[in-house]
Ligand binder design. Structure first.
Ligand SMILES: Nc1nc2c(ncn2[C@@H]2O[C@H](COP(=O)(O)OP(=O)(O)O)[C@@H](O)[C@H]2O)c(=O)[nH]1
Ligand SMILES: [Mg+2]
Length: 409
């Protein structure tokens, strides 16, 4: 028996590996922060065209609208395990005067994916082709300013970190000296602690972790926020060795050099060591919390939202621009789609969902009431019948008694 179970488990595992592990990564950062370059560096290929950077507005009257763009890349590790990596890029982020609208577009997108799961879970007949679009990790690129977090960084993490695994990273780490980088990391972590920003900090169950995983998690925590250096170029060092790096007058910098940045640690974390942890945490903790709040009718947006954000909550968010693609997939099979989400549209969607749910509840209550009344009526009928029978019996008895007494007289 056990061997059959083992065999089918192994078969399932093989099938899953063949099909590929699905992982969705969102990359958020201001224009020019190095999002596209980071994605290309992470995937080791030109996933995103970097020639068209969305420029920040030059005067206060212009606003750049946030877009959510999805690219799918299939990556394969040394052991043949395939990862279907869905990358959601956020061109235009941080380009508005009021960035809280940007946060709403992103959080609405994440909530919409949770709502889709909620709906699918409640269906009698499941859709076998249902695609789980939940975002498993959101990398937030902090500019290498040498200071701690900006107000926008704090507000972003405060709004999004309760919904999705947010991992802050310092991009373009090569523009800081080692001492500046160290100080910047310290200042950022101090801000994260001070504002109680619930970022993903490699959580684990004390009682259920191996020594090796414990060491690894503690080490990763000590590196936070990860620093990265990205590049779109591959160079030949002269001896046939190819490195992805950045060329400077004084030499070539290898993006995989761990003495310069934490890029290799971050890549291993995302694609190897913590891929399943991030997915599990999304499903078991973040989605579960959203689901409970949604079903209990409490607001799903956690109370940690800042007052300044809450003030904008009722405003109508501008729909996401679906205009010309600001980049395209180059040398890989890609599914590019512009994810049209608007906070306004999301509100109506949620309102409709809520309406349907209330209607269903009302119908269910009505049905129960009718059933209950039917039962009562049936009982009443039985009682009446019994009373009728009693009366008939009594009349019969009395008639008998009368006949007996008459015959005696
Ligand atoms: N020094 C340095 N420059 C970078 C790095 N990553 C990207 N850049 C440069 O920053 C500019 C903007 O990068 P891009 O990836 O297009 O940013 P995006 O607008 O956020 O997608 C480009 O000129 C990149 O070459 C990095 O790690 N270090
Ligand atoms: Mg870009």
């Amino acid at each position: 028996m056990a061997s059959i179970i083992e065999a089918s488990a192994a078969l399932r595992k093989r099938k899953n590996l063949k099909r590929g592990i699905n992982f969705t990564l969102m990359v958020v950062g201001e224009s020019g922060s190095g999002r596209s370059t980071f994605v290309n560096t992470l995937c080791g290929q030109q996933v995103v065209d970097v020639s068209t950077t969305v420029m920040l507005p030059t005067d206060a009257s212009t606003q750049i609208e946030l877009q959510l763009r999805e690219e799918t890349v299939e990556l394969e590790d040394d052991e043949g395990v395939k990862i279907q990596l869905n990358i959601i890029d956020t061109p235009g982020f941080g380009g508005s005067l009021d960035n809280s609208q940007n946060f709403n577009v992103i959080s609405d997108y994440i909530k919409h994916q949770y709502d889709e799961i909620l709906l699918e879970e409640s269906r009698v007949r499941r859709n076998p082709r249902f695609k789980d679009g939940r975002v498993h990790c959101c990398l937030y690129l902090v500019n290498p300013t040498g200071h701690g977090l900006k107000e926008m960084d704090v507000e972003f993490m405060r709004t999004l970190a309760p919904l999705v695994n947010v991992i802050p990273i310092i991009s373009k780490a090569d523009s800081l000296t080692p001492a500046e980088l160290k100080l910047n990391k310290k200042l950022i972590m101090e801000d994260i602690d001070y504002y109680h920003l619930p970022i993903y900090n490699f959580p684990f169950e004390e009682t259920d972790i191996s020594d090796e995983d414990y060491e690894n998690n503690m080490h990763l925590r000590s590196l936070m926020p990860f620093s990265v250096v990205g590049s779109n170029e591959v160079y030949d060092l002269g001896d046939g060795t190819l490195i992805r790096g950045r060329q400077y007058p004084w030499g070539t910098l290898d993006v995989e050099d761990s003495t310069i940045s934490d890029f290799v640690h971050l890549r291993n974390t995302l694609l190897i060591s913590h891929l399943h942890d991030l997915k599990d945490y999304t499903h078991e903790i973040l989605y579960e919390r959203y689901r409970t709040e949604a079903l209990s009718g409490e607001p799903s947006a956690p109370s940690s939202r800042g007052a300044h954000l809450a003030a904008h909550e009722n405003g109508t968010a501008s729909p996401v621009a679906s205009g010309k693609s600001s980049f395209h997939a180059a040398d890989h099979e890609s599914a590019t789609s512009s994810l049209k989400q608007s906070a306004g549209g999301q509100d109506t969607y949620l309102a409709r969902e809520e309406q349907i749910r209330l209607e269903e509840e009302r119908l269910k209550a009505f049905e129960e009431r009718v059933q209950q009344e039917l039962l009562l009526k049936r009982q009443e009928l039985l009682q009446r019948e019994q009373e009728l029978r009693d009366i008939e019996e009594r009349i019969e008895r009395e008639a008998k008694q009368r006949a007996e007494s008459e015959s005696l007289q």
